[in-house]
Design a protein around this ligand. Structure first.
Ligand code: F6P
Length: 328
């Protein structure tokens, strides 16, 4: 018979993402709605190891639904990767009578939660929060939609200067292992080419494509490059290569970087965060554990954490074809 849950801990871990605060708010208020206590754990698993906890009630999450970042702070804890670190963390939870955990983060966060669950038979529930959208078991991770809107807005601005100077811009976007941001923001911003880790275009085909675009009468171009793309060693090498081989092009590089992780969450991310937070808490109260709550076919659904960690979130190859047709 599983222990009745009276107090839930919530933490954010790994790279922050817009919508994490809205998810914290949802977890805290869902706990209050069901008359159970909630505790905020600062700095992810590191704060759990150090017992950096704070009681949270519905009023402690006022005015954060619209805020980027995470009020609980985030960290990537090396100590939590050790059995000793996890033991300390478990002891702090026991001492503070915390019965279950909601962890908000990406696959590293879920891996930690799964190990913790296996070691201590401790109830855990994951909420996917990363701008990269690279988690299996959800069509959208928290922060992804906001990041797409940020990237599109910035590329629109780059386009203004690119077209004024008849230039080619390589715009590097985030996505260590996945091309979701590049692919979708690239189509949304009307990129000429999109380079992603899942599809190796090759340098020759990139040159061909740029030549074709020049010949078709285009005077400026945007190429969106995912940071995990395998064609060049980095986006600056791509620039050098193109300038050497196509001297008619005046090339510039813009690396968007961490600005993609900041900013006020979009309405989509706020609603998603609210839905996932409710489901995470209510699933724990129903006795479920070791799952991730995600969005599948616009319904909130549970996926075992193990599958969420091991499964691959595929890109939609049809989008590559759409992108090709749009750059005609
Ligand atoms: O949040 C995921 C991510 O945005 C990756 O795309 C990127 O490589 C990474 O974070 C960088 O994170 P940090 O600078 O925090 O290590």
């Amino acid at each position: 018979m599983p222990k009745t849950i009276k107090k839930i801990g919530v933490l954010t871990s790994g790279g922050d993402a817009p919508g994490m605060n809205a998810a914290i708010r949802s977890v805290v208020r869902t706990c209050a709605y069901h008359n159970i206590e909630c505790i905020g754990i600062y700095r992810g698993y590191q704060g759990m190891i150090e017992g950096d906890f704070k009681e949270m009630g519905p009023r402690s999450v006022n005015n954060i639904v619209n805020k980027g970042g995470t009020i609980l702070k985030s960290a990537r804890s090396k100590e939590f990767m050790t059995a000793e670190g996890r033991q300390k963390a478990h002891q702090h939870l026991i001492n503070s009578n915390v019965d279950a955990l909601v962890v908000i983060g990406g696959d590293g966060t879920f891996t930690g939660a799964e190990i913790f669950n296996n070691e201590f038979d401790y109830p855990v529930m994951g909420i996917p929060g990363t701008i990269d959208n690279d988690i299996f078991g959800t069509s959208h991770t928290l922060g992804y939609d906001t990041a797409l809107n940020t990237v599109v807005e910035v590329i629109d601005k780059i386009r203004d200067t690119a077209s004024s100077h008849n230039r080619l811009f390589f715009v590097e976007v985030m996505g260590r292992d996945a091309g979701h941001i590049a692919l979708n923001a690239g189509i949304g911003a009307g990129a000429e080419e999109i380079l992603i880790p899942e599809d190796n275009l090759g340098l020759e085909r990139l040159l061909e494509s740029l030549q074709k675009s020049k010949a078709s009468g285009k005077s400026s171009s945007i190429v969106v490059v995912s940071e995990g793309d395998k064609i060049g060693k980095n986006v600056f090498e791509l620039k050098d290569y193109v300038e050497e081989n196509l001297p008619e092009y005046d090339v510039r590089v813009s690396v968007l970087g961490h600005m993609q992780r900041g900013g006020s969450p979009s309405c989509f991310d706020r609603v998603l965060a609210s839905r996932l937070g409710v489901k995470a808490v209510e699933s724990l109260l129903e006795g479920k554990s070791n799952f991730m709550v995600g969005l599948l076919s616009d319904k909130v659904a549970l996926t075992p954490l193990e599958q969420a960690i091991k499964g691959k979130s595929e890109i939609d190859k049809e989008l590559l074809r759409v992108s090709d047709i749009m750059s005609t």
